[in-house]
Design a protein around this ligand. Structure first.
Ligand SMILES: Nc1ncnc2c1ncn2[C@@H]1O[C@H](COP(=O)(O)OP(=O)(O)O)[C@@H](O)[C@H]1O
Ligand SMILES: [Mg+2]
Length: 230
């Protein structure tokens, strides 16, 4: 269980997150929606320890991880698929997966990532900068899985992808959920978020302003217009 409790995060003097609280229960997919600049990535950075909160607490399986270093947070079982994918340009696909590996019995292996994303296998000796956006996204997810997370945070995984790759990523999320992996899914693609989430939150100016089931948000024209502009 990931618990974010009244988190306030700053960049310098800019007070970005203004008391954010949410939970991601084991095996659940929680979507975080909101316009550009709302603070979604800042929340993910706060959880991961890149930009620790000044106030509030973050708990993971009962352990206080507020202000822990990112590699320690990752070791406890939270993996990040960062916005923009951040694939190493000069490492090939196999190398990128191998260096992220924390071998564990029954854990993720390069072979299992290729089974989840068959197109990556044919690209295994290609460096990151030769991959398409969709291939990079599959690799970014695969790299995160190699750390055997119980919770995955995905920051706009469908950004800039063709419909075919959006579908590929969606299928992968379904598979991962069936493996019991919990997810915090940051999305601008409302349809995608509604399809895959068990619960949705909308962030606006550093606060959560709306929380509901995907079904309720789908039927709430006013909320979608007001907070998402759609
Ligand atoms: N490194 C930074 N330094 C200062 N301000 C930042 C930095 N990164 C983001 N911001 C500001 O924080 C706010 C939230 O940004 P961000 O969390 O990236 O939003 P989102 O992911 O929802 O688009 C924005 O106003 C943005 O300009
Ligand atoms: Mg962002």
């Amino acid at each position: 269980m990931l618990t974010v409790d009244d988190v306030h995060t700053y960049y310098g003097e800019s007070h970005i997150l203004q008391g954010v609280s949410l939970e991601v229960a084991p095996g659940r997919v929680v979507a975080l929606l909101g316009r550009n600049g709302a603070g979604k990535t800042t929340l993910i950075r706060s959880i991961m320890g890149f930009t620790p909160p000044r106030r509030g607490r973050i708990l993971f399986d009962g352990v206080d991880i507020t202000r822990r270093r990112p590699f320690r947070v990752a070791r406890l079982g939270i993996s990040l698929v960062p916005q923009g994918r951040q694939i190493f340009a000069s490492l090939d696909v196999g190398e990128t997966l191998a260096i992220a590996s924390r071998p564990r019995e029954d854990g993720w292996t390069v072979e299992k990532v290729y089974e989840l994303f068959p197109p990556l296998r044919a690209r295994s000796r290609h460096p990151g900068n030769q991959l398409s956006g969709g291939e990079q996204q599959m690799l970014a997810i695969g790299r995160a899985l190699m750390m055997n997370p119980s919770t995955l945070m995905l920051d706009e995984p469908t950004e800039g992808l063709s419909p075919l790759y959006v579908e590929t990523v969606g299928q992968a999320l379904r598979t991962l959920q069936s493996h019991g992996i919990a997810m915090l899914l940051v999305e601008q693609n409302l349809k995608f978020a509604l399809r895959h989430a068990d619960h949705v939150h909308i962030m606006n100016r550093g606060s959560l302003v709306y929380s509901s089931s995907p079904h309720a948000l789908a039927g709430d024209d006013e909320a979608r217009a007001r907070y998402l502009g759609v």
